[in-house]
Design a protein around this ligand. Sequence first.
Ligand SMILES: [Zn+2]
Length: 387
Amino acid sequence: MTIQHYGTAEQRKRLLTDLVAIASISESEGEKHFPDAVHSLLSQWEYYKTNPSHLYHGGRSGDEPFLSAHYYHSSHAKTLVFISHFDVVGIEDYGEYEPLAFSVDELTEAFARDAQQFSHAVQKDIQSGDYLFGRGTMDMKAGLTVHISLLEKAIANRWPMNIVLVTVPDEEVNSSGMRAAVGYLNHLKDKYKWVYSLFLNSEPVFTQKPDDENYYIYSGSIGKIMPGLLFYGKETHVGEPLAGISSNYMASFLMNHLELNDALREVVGAEKTPLPVSLYQKDLKQEYSVKTPYRTAPYSMYFYSNVQPMRCLIFFKRKYTSRPHDLMKRIGIYANENKSKGSETFKFLIMSNSKPTPSSTTVKRKLPTGKRKFILAKTLMTARNPS
Ligand SMILES: [Zn+2]
């Protein structure tokens, strides 16, 4: 009789706790070694003792460290693919609980003990006993746990299909694991003449609005673009702020317009893509100094499902080629209203990569000194392919 390792909820909870205990933060040593743990766990199954070639450790074959385990049924071509990632994001935001971030039992107990410091909704979840806490419990080692237990069930019951489990690193960063795994999936398909009928991704589901308690099944896929921007101001000494312009200040105007902008989401039937949100916004100063920052580079994430990357780029260009002009005008007006006395014309030269010939506009800005200043603002836009 085949031993069922993960047939009960308690066994799956243990497995999840063990997987979370491996601190596989993206680009860390833990991430590199995570597939070893899953490999040695699956190697103990009778099926993989008999069929060791059905287990593939990418890292040991000079590939990216992804792991694949398949179940083969000789009389069927239909194949299911289970996909998951095992890297997790960092834990700095755990604060005083950081040492417990990968210890599910201890962290869940600590949260229950300190429940009063959380919001009412979180307290309810903690007290229900239905939740486990820890980095990676949700995104997405619970998904991998479900895949492993399903694979075991399929093998034990000789389900009439083929199954490939693939779990990859680097999903939260550059997707190098999934890119490498695609090559291996193609290799299996050619070798066995398989037909991939369904890809099951066990990522968590997300709320569509606050307090949304529905569980969703997503079908299809979604793409993303991430336009990067460079704001180029003019540095000055902190004691003479009007002799330059801070790139942080410039960036804040455009980012204020882009962030959570409903006009930039895509609506497909009854579904709406998530609102755009900033993922990064920093000036490029390397160290502290009294020199004001003059280069700032933000980027935000935009989700699209029907729009192709090139169309996204065209959309952004059409929508924002006039923006640098508007932006600088608004900064000039703001400065005029808030900052100074006297009257002097302040000229901004504006370039954008969609307009080869620089255009210029003149706005009134009052400066305490009587000098004319010139500022060059250059906005670069790039688009990335979805990944
Ligand atoms: Zn995820």
